[in-house]
Design a protein around this ligand. Structure first.
Ligand SMILES: [Zn+2]
Length: 385
């Protein structure tokens, strides 16, 4: 691929008064974003000019609120896109890195043991960072988070993988908005359609995440030796487990983001512009499962598929039991109104002809039944316990 465009990453200068591992989360976030954005924009014939910033100076978002955003810059005369601006509040990469150190790496590599306690130490670190940010600014705030956790440069190799997975999921969603053409055009869109766009960006992110983590699993001895796997199916199964757990790890982080707006109480509730976080998660989970099943049914054995489902069930149950995923959000995601958004997403996918999501349209249209059967299954299993 060739392009005449250039991309820009703007780092807060104070970052470079810090150590390498304190800058790493910012560099890695920018890299993951560019890595998918350039390819995606190119595929849609959109300008591959990406501007990434770590500042919310011109918005009303606080510097530690876990979120990311994208907007499209239009040419003033032609009204065609000329650049895509991505941003995350300036303390966010450091907070997500701390989350991966405290919670993410253990959850992805070993499952949901001690999640509650780990989550507590993450919250303490994030709070220490926010306090220091208010007093002294960005660099001392990052240092304060790290010190609270005893997080040093030695942890980079341990944290890098889960941080990479989570920031891919976050970045891919934002790129999904650009790729799904949600940022151009002056159509008057109603709130349900706009919420549906969130689901489309989620599903695109899931497709790309699946491609990166599972589909591209190499079938060669060098890779197997490097990762310590004995067969191709073992490699695919392990990568599928990792992808599935990464989605759950992000779900818990989103509950924390909800708490930042909700007086400290974990929540996945949606709002005016976003659907319920649990509903968003479930769609991504089902989409990922469908991609794995439809592409690897000849590779993974029935026992391996069972192991994948069982790991999901065990992890999910433990997270709910430990209070990481609020039970109220599970129930409210079944509210009939929530499904209007899913139907709106299905309609937009067809109208805008988003090729890679067309196979998901029948599932989206049947989501009402699918989700209620999943939750009945879960309720049934809970009763048996
Ligand atoms: Zn979005």
């Amino acid at each position: 691929m060739t392009t005449p465009h250039v991309s820009t990453v703007t780092y807060p200068s104070s970052l470079f008064s810090l150590e390498k591992d304190e800058v790493f989360p910012y560099e890695r976030f920018a890299y993951n974003l560019l890595d998918i954005a350039i390819e995606a924009l190119n595929a849609k014939g959109l300008p591959e000019r990406v501007i990434i910033g770590f500042s919310t100076a011109n918005s009303n978002v606080t510097p530690w609120f876990i979120t990311a955003s994208v907007r499209c810059e239009l040419d003033s005369t032609t009204h065609l896109p000329i650049a895509y601006h991505f941003a995350t509040p300036e303390l966010v990469p450091a907070i997500v890195y701390c989350y991966c150190f405290s919670v993410g790496s253990a959850l992805i590599d070993h499952g949901p043991t001690d999640v509650r306690q780990r989550f507590r130490s993450f919250v303490d670190a994030a709070n220490a960072g926010v306090r220091e940010y208010k007093q002294s600014g960005l660099a001392p705030a990052i240092r304060a988070c790290y010190e609270q956790l005893g997080l040093t440069i030695l942890a980079v190799t341990e944290v890098a993988n889960s941080y990479d997975l989570l920031t891919k999921l976050i970045a891919f969603h934002e790129v999904g908005h650009a790729y799904g053409l949600h940022l151009v055009g002056s159509r008057d869109l109603n709130a349900v359609t706009l919420k549906g766009f969130e689901l489309i960006a989620d599903l695109l992110a899931t497709t790309w995440f699946y491609n990166t983590i599972v589909r591209n699993t190499p079938d060669d001895d060098e890779y197997r030796t490097f990762r310590g796997f004995s067969s191709y199916s073992e490699s695919v199964l392990t990568n599928s487990l990792v992808a599935q757990r990464a989605q759950l790890t992000l779900l818990c982080l989103m509950a924390f983001a909800g708490a930042q707006h909700n007086g400290g109480r974990l929540t996945l509730a949606g709002g005016i512009s976003h659907p319920s976080g649990y509903q968003r998660y479930m769609l991504q989970h089902v989409h990922m499962g469908t991609l794995i099943e439809s592409n690897f049914s000849g590779i993974l054995s029935p026992e391996q598929f069972t192991a994948l489902n069982e790991d999901w069930y065990q992890t999910m149950s433990a997270l709910v039991e430990q209070g990481m995923i609020p039970i109220a959000d599970l129930q409210s995601s079944l509210d009939v109104r929530e499904f209007d958004t899913i139907e709106a997403a299905a309609i937009s996918i067809e109208e805008m002809h988003i090729e890679e999501l067309l196979p998901a349209v029948p599932i989206l249209k049947n989501a009402r039944e699918l989700m209620s059967s999943r939750s009945n299954e879960r309720a049934g299993r809970n009763r048996q316990r």
